[in-house]
Structures are given as structure tokens and as C-alpha cells.
Design a protein around this ligand. Structure first.
Ligand SMILES: *Cc1c(COP(=O)(O)O)cnc(C)c1O
Length: 374
């Protein structure tokens, strides 16, 4: 069986973890945490970067930082992971779900615009498959309405919109280093604080509501409880593992993009015959090879394709269940049909795509997809 995912292993992870142990401080915000944060700050010119234990945590920090509370509305795509939504529900906000684009699972900015109200406090965008949302339109809308922008860039490491790195455009950006993502440390994440007004408080929330980080830098002579916060820092063991991977970021992404392009090239005959739709890279977006998918013509065909691939020893999977129709939320939804998001839920099939996937396995997967349509 070719599994759907295998986490990348560079080979130097254990070496750096051993070094972290030798350094004698394995709690958070130490040597390797600093190296990882500086890696992003320097390579992408990001504002302040704070490692977290997950992207979920980074999103929860974002919701606290933006002072989201009861009475506030947050607009976000229906076609996303639950964490993009939970973070804001936990603060008591009302969610307004926007539809996806016709030709891409990314959120349709026109759909966001229709949901803006005097109560709107933030817009959350998700760069699906590491491909950029229409950030010029998102930022223009947000600026004109005076609302904050959060980029859920969980899948978007090293990806760009024009020459702007994703995660560095909105007020806040969040990344994931979960084992299913391009670069991982098992469980991990990062908050990017682009808006300079939010930087100081971000560090306090990160350090359990204390000014300990400022204390370590010698800026204050004692530290204490100054705001709300929680334990969002990963240990140095996770950070050391992550740093080993970051040093090989280009190698991992190059291989993933190579596989993505092979899928795209070899399956294009099925698209020419109008049997499937292949992913398209949106205007101004780069491709970091995070997800390759095909869209089937309908839900039954999607189920049949998944079954066929499974029988052929290929573990392919669908993706998000739209959040506005979820068991938790559907009672609160305003009833709007979100046609595109619902179509992606019903017809999107993700193929295995990971660093250790071999050429022979990729060929087997393509042959299995083709044999379904033969
Ligand atoms: C993976 C993912 C998350 C959650 O990341 P964790 O690090 O597992 O918390 C959130 N949003 C999106 C879009 C994701 O793909």
C-alpha cells in the first residue's frame, strides 16, 4: 500500500535534538527556538516570529491578540480546517462563512465582501494547497473597512504572492509544522506578527501572560503577570527537530514540486478528455508542492475513484467537510448555499505527495488513476 502521507526525515534531526539536550535547557524559547524564528525573519523578512506548539495555537494567539470577543464577527472560508474557525469561536465570535472561487478552493473575495458588516472584526484567509489567495483584493477590502487580516498559511511555507511571502502580508500569519505539512516537527506551528502594533503583546500572550521574554533580554528587572496568555511555546526538542528540517527546506520543496508537476503533466490527458479537472495555480501565486488533487465530475465518481485507488494499493483521500454544514455549526448558519465550497467537498481527491515518495510509486499512482478512467 502506498500511504497517503509519510513525514519527511532529513537525517540530522536526532543529532540536533541531542545537541539541544547537551545545551542543558530544553524548555521553550531557547537556542533552537531562536534559530528557527530568525530563519523565517531573515529569509522572508517577516516581522516578529514566535514558534508555537501548533498552527491551531498560533490561530488562538491571533484571536486573543485581535481582542476578538462576543459581538464580533469573523469572516472565513467554509472550505478549511476546523482550527481556522475554532480559534475565533473560543473567544465568543460569530462566524460568517464565505464561498470558494469557481476555479480554485481558495476563498472568493467577492463572497467575503458580501459578508462585511459593522460588527466585522477580522477576515481569515486560507492559502489552500500553499497557493495564494487574491491578497491585493483581500487587503484592499480589509483596509477600506478597517478590519484585520489573518493569513492561515498552515500549508504555505516558502510560497509567495507576487514577491510577497505568504504569511507576511496580513496583520498576522500562522504556519503549521504538523507531520502532514511540507516541513514538520511532528506537531508544531508559528505565529508571524506583521503588524508592529501587535508585536509586544504577542510575546506576552506567548509567555503565559507574563513579560518574561523582556526580562530575559534585560529590559525589565522582574517579570510578572501583565496580560492574559497561555503556554504556547514548544520545547527546544521540537525546535531542534524543526531546525534540522528548515536547513533542507529547498531540497524538500524542490522534490515535492517535481512530483506535483509530474502528476500535472501525466494526468493532463484526462483533463483534455473532460474526465477530471486538475489544479490551477492562481494568478501571482507560486507553487510549493503541498497538495496535488483532481476534481471528479461528481460525488459518486469521487467515491468510486477513491475505492478503485484503494484496491490498487494507493491511499488517496478527500479533504475538508465544509464547516457551515458541520454538525457543530449548521444550526448557526444563515442558510446561504456555498456552491463552490460544497463542490470541493464532494469532488476533490488528493493524491499521495511527500518527500520520500519514489518515482516508481508516483508512476504507479498515475497508472492507477488512468486505469480508473480507461
Ligand atoms: C494543518 C492545518 C491547520 C492546523 O495545523 P496544526 O499545526 O495541526 O494545528 C490549520 N489550518 C490549515 C489550513 C491547515 O492545513
Amino acid at each position: 500500500m502506498i500511504p497517503f502521507n509519510k513525514p519527511a526525515l532529513i537525517g540530522t534531526e536526532l543529532e540536533l535534538i541531542a545537541d539541544a539536550v547537551k545545551r542543558g535547557k530544553i524548555s521553550g524559547n531557547g537556542y533552537y527556538t531562536g534559530l528557527c524564528q530568525r530563519f523565517f525573519e531573515e529569509r522572508y523578512d517577516f516581522g516578529k516570529c514566535l514558534l508555537t506548539t501548533s498552527c491551531t495555537d498560533a490561530l488562538e494567539m491571533a484571536a486573543i491578540l485581535l481582542d476578538i470577543g462576543p459581538g464580533d464577527e469573523v469572516i472565513l472560508p467554509a472550505y478549511t480546517f476546523v482550527s481556522s474557525a475554532n480559534a475565533f469561536v473560543l473567544r465568543g465570535a460569530a462566524l460568517k462563512f464565505a464561498d470558494s472561487c469557481t476555479d480554485h478552493p481558495n476563498v472568493d473575495v467577492e463572497s467575503i465582501a458580501q459578508l462585511i458588516s459593522p460588527r466585522t472584526k477580522a477576515i481569515v484567509v486560507v492559502h489552500y494547497a500553499g497557493m495564494a489567495c487574491d491578497m491585493d483584493a483581500v487587503c484592499a477590502l480589509a483596509t477600506s473597512q478597517g478590519v484585520a487580516v489573518v493569513e492561515d498559511a498552515a500549508q504555505a511555507i516558502d510560497a509567495c504572492y507576487g514577491d510577497q511571502p505568504l504569511g507576511g502580508i496580513g496583520d498576522l500569519g500562522t504556519f503549521s509544522f504538523h507531520e502532514t505539512k511540507n516541513i514538520n516537527c511532528g506537531e508544531g506551528g508559528m505565529l508571524v506578527v506583521n503588524n508592529p502594533d501587535l508585536r509586544k503583546r504577542a510575546e506576552i500572550i506567548w509567555e503565559k501572560g507574563t513579560n518574561r521574554a523582556a526580562f530575559w533580554r534585560g529590559e525589565v528587572d522582574k517579570y510578572g503577570w501583565v496580560d492574559i496568555g497561555s503556554s504556547f511555546l514548544p520545547s527546544e526538542l521540537n525546535a531542534a527537530f524543526l531546525y534540522a528540517q528548515l536547513l533542507h527546506l529547498n531540497t524538500v520543496i524542490d522534490r515535492r514540486v517535481q512530483i506535483w508537476e509530474y502528476y500535472s503533466r501525466t494526468l493532463s490527458v484526462l483533463e483534455q478528455d473532460e474526465l477530471v479537472t486538475l489544479p490551477r495555480v492562481p494568478e501571482k501565486s507560486t507553487n510549493n508542492g503541498h497538495i496535488f488533487y483532481v476534481l471528479t465530475r461528481n460525488e459518486n465518481e469521487r467515491d468510486a475513484l477513491l475505492q478503485h485507488l484503494n484496491k490498487a494499493g494507493v491511499h488517496a483521500v478527500f479533504h475538508y467537510q465544509v464547516l457551515h454544514l458541520s454538525r457543530y455549526f449548521r444550526g448557526n448558519h444563515d442558510g446561504r448555499v456555498l456552491l463552490n465550497a460544497e463542490r470541493y467537498e464532494q469532488t476533490l481527491v488528493r493524491l499521495p505527495l511527500y518527500y520520500p515518495l519514489s518515482d516508481i510509486e508516483v508512476e504507479t499512482i498515475v497508472a492507477s488513476v488512468k486505469s480508473f478512467y480507461a
